[in-house]
Design a protein around this ligand. Structure first.
Ligand code: AMP
Ligand code: GLY
Length: 419
């Protein structure tokens, strides 16, 4: 039996740990730092590589990393150097997510379909270019900006202020010292996540996120307000196309370039004219996509994690999935993605319904109480025989949970019913 250390504190990490704990090969699952819904929490921040390594070494754990920040500062490289077992991409492979400039150039040289783009580090030149192109235009900061470094501009004035915000005012720090100006692709967005072992990749289930804060995809972008799986937006033949032309090509090209990619590879896809454009790569599981995907996964996740680390995924059978749909509705605190109240007591967490699971994110435990501590607080996730019944099951559980600033979208999954 192996003990596992899940690094991170969000809903994604709770779902990964929940699924890993179901394996007969796994003993204890620790979380660093975890949240109010996880047990065996270790109070080490997710970016404190030295102390995480010390803990993993003392307890002889396998480390599974959820968020991008520890990956981007080289947690996998450091653990590997120390002879510790860890699942995920190296710092160099993480460039697919941590530098949009690197990722766009990678896609260009390897002929992976993506929006037309130009790269700038000079505000004047960027503004001149913006005057010469069609609108809408998307302005993106190069580095990690927690989902906030992308601005869709409808005219050259908006573009000029987005350019200034990044290159002159340095609102995103060094993440914005290079920017990308790219065409806006008007299509349907979906998430395609695969698991890679450095040489090959196998698909996880398809899913669709809901990134905007308000119903009908209005308002600012967030980390994700809800997700469901599978999505009819990616049918079988589109899934094959994405697997072959995006995922396999990426994994093969990374290998050819001497940067083998191991771990979850997430392609943010915009579907237009029946073609998949890559908007971005993430080098990790999606949050909240992970929650419904884990609810549907029948195979033992631990076996696949080991195969990814050992480079033996090609010998594994395809992952098996429940036929049912799963829906995750994110409950946030009103004000997110900007400022929001904290330390409010959450009620209604003790009732358990069949086939639903409440994954925690921004919560802490205080004696017997569970309090809010972050913007995205809970991910209420439910299975159902149809997408409609999964939606109903999730929302009936949502209604039983309360705290003063509770906020959620009422239309999670609706996009899947309409297509
Ligand atoms: P990114 O972090 O690059 O995925 O951008 C965040 C969000 O902005 C995406 O999930 C899309 O909703 C939107 N977006 C980014 N790039 C484009 C694009 N070229 N065309 C349309 N929407 C985009
Ligand atoms: N849900 C989008 C992300 O994980 O980046």
């Amino acid at each position: 039996m192996t003990d596992v250390l899940v690094v991170g504190s969000g809903g994604r990490e709770h779902a990964l740990g929940w699924k890993i704990a179901q394996s007969k090969k796994v003993g204890k699952v620790f979380y660093a730092p975890g949240n109010g819904g996880t047990s065996n929490n270790i109070s080490i921040p997710a970016d404190d590589i030295e102390n995480l390594a010390k803990f993993a070494s003392e307890k002889n754990c396998l480390a599974v990393v959820g968020p991008e920040v520890p990956l981007s500062i080289g947690i996998v490289d450091e653990f590997t150097k120390k002879g510790l077992r860890i699942f995920g991409p190296t710092k160099k492979a993480l460039q697919l997510e941590s530098s949009k400039v690197w990722a766009k150039n990678f896609m260009k040289r390897n002929k992976i379909l993506t929006a037309q783009f130009e790269i700038f580090d000079d505000a004047k030149k960027a503004k001149e270019y913006a005057k010469s192109v069609n609108f809408p235009l998307v302005v993106k900061a190069d580095g990690l900006a927690a989902g906030k470094g992308v601005i869709v501009c409808s005219d050259s004035n908006e573009a000029a202020s987005a350019i200034d915000k990044m290159l002159v005012e340095k609102s995103f720090g060094t993440a914005g010292s290079k920017i990308i100006l790219e065409e806006r692709i008007n299509g349907i967005e979906a998430s395609y996540i695969a698991l890679a072992d450095g040489a090959v990749a196998i698909p996880m289930a398809t899913s669709q996120d809901h990134k905007r804060i308000y119903d009908n995809d209005k308002g600012p972008n967030t980390g994700g307000m809800g997700a469901y799986s599978p999505t009819p937006v990616i049918g079988d033949s589109m899934a094959e196309q994405i697997q072959k032309n995006v995922i396999d090509k990426t994994v093969q090209s990374m290998k050819n370039e001497g940067i083998p990619f191991k771990g979850f590879l997430y392609a943010g896809i915009m579907l237009k004219d029946n073609k998949p454009y890559v908007l971005e790569f993430n080098a990790r599981m999606g949050d909240p996509e992970c929650q419904p995907i884990m609810m549907r996964m029948e195979s033992d996740l631990y076996d696949y994690i080991i195969a990814s680390m050992e480079g033996t995924l090609s010998k594994m059978p395809p992952i098996s999935w429940k036929k049912q749909s799963a829906v995750c509705v994110v409950l946030a605190s009103k004000g997110y993605p900007d400022s929001y109240p904290k330390n409010e007591e959450i009620l209604g967490l003790d009732t358990q319904d069949k086939d639903t699971f409440v994954f925690h994110a921004g919560t802490i435990r205080n004696n017997y109480k569970v309090l809010t501590s972050g913007g995205r607080v809970l991910g209420v996730t439910a299975l159902g025989d149809t997408l409609q019944s999964a939606i109903s099951n999730a929302y009936s559980r949502v209604e039983k949970i309360s705290w003063p600033a509770k906020y959620y979208r009422k239309d999670i999954g609706k996009k899947g019913l309409m297509s």
